[in-house]
Design a protein around this ligand. Structure first.
Ligand code: PAF
Length: 285
């Protein structure tokens, strides 16, 4: 079984031992209900450090009032087993009181302007404030040398990079590739909410991202590509929040196709909201 700590004091005691031995420490922050995508982040952490800490904390401050905080799947035993198998050295499983000692309402908040306010930020107001707030706390508690974040949550990765740079966290932020099901659906804890007929349709998200990449490579106007993707996804049964093409900093490309673009989609099937993205110059998926 993996060694599990719940308090900052226990965590620090472990970390102090490792630091005395000169070990480089990686943090893999998660909300649990771990799948192969998370375990690949642990693998990547092992390549970047001597010791790996994973945190599991379903962070209340990043869920909106009508979101799935209460029903977010919690599977700590299976997660602990999976982490041990993946080669994680320590599991940090804090309570809400440990992460927010003054209570979530009284918590000092971190707001990352600009990049937090577009796309996911428009559709999930306050979401990235909650993410930046909890990640800064985890960074302070663990003080890792490196922290791993999946590219599947592309905007989250950019928000955290911005925060880490601006607040001078001496932590390398390393992105992990998106892990996909055999049909291409990006792995996500939320996939299990999908009814079988929704699961069959969910693959349309990555199919549309691939089409967007092909059309951009052909030099078609980006606004038209986005519009067609929205229409195709709606016809397949999605309620589409966005299907857009952006630069890596999520700003709008001005002059048609250019290097470094990516497509980003967020769409709902029934009660389940799915997001995915595809870097047009990245590895072919
Ligand atoms: O990506 C996640 O699982 C969460 O947003 C994170 C980074 C663990 C913060 O709660």
């Amino acid at each position: 079984m993996i060694r599990t700590v719940r308090t900052v004091a226990e965590l620090r005691a472990h970390l102090a031992g490792w630091r005395d031995q000169g070990h480089r420490v990686a943090l893999v922050p998660t909300m649990g209900n771990l799948h192969a995508g998370h375990f690949s982040l642990v693998e990547l952490a092992r390549q970047n450090a001597d010791k790996v800490v994973a945190s599991i904390f379903v962070n209340p401050t990043q869920f909106g009032p009508n979101e799935d905080f209460a029903r977010y799947p919690r599977t700590p035993e299976a997660d602990a087993e999976g982490l041990a198998r993946a080669g994680c050295d320590l599991l940090f499983l804090p309570s809400v009181e440990t992460v927010y000692p003054l209570g979530p309402e009284a918590a000092v908040r971190i707001r990352v302007p600009g990049i937090s306010e577009v796309l996911e930020g428009e559709h999930r107001p306050g979401h990235f404030e909650g993410v930046a707030t909890v990640v800064a706390r985890l960074f302070n508690m663990v003080r890792p040398d490196v922290a791993i974040f999946g590219r599947k949550d592309y905007q989250q990765l950019q928000v955290i990079r911005h925060m880490a740079r601006d607040l001078a966290f001496a932590i390398d932020i390393v992105p992990g590739p998106t892990v996909r099901e055999p049909d291409g659906l990006a792995m996500s804890s939320r996939n299990q909410y999908l009814a079988p007929e929704e699961r069959a349709v969910a693959v349309e998200i990555i199919r549309n991202l691939r089409t967007m990449r092909e059309q951009a490579a052909q030099g078609l106007p980006l606004a038209g590509i986005e519009q067609e993707a929205v229409e195709r996804l709606a016809a397949a049964g999605f309620v589409v929040d966005y299907a857009v093409i952006r630069r890596s900093d999520l700003s709008l490309p001005l002059a048609g196709n250019e290097p470094g673009l990516l497509g980003l989609v967020a769409a709902r099937l029934g009660r389940t909201r799915l997001i995915d993205n595809l870097e047009f110059d990245g590895p072919v998926v």
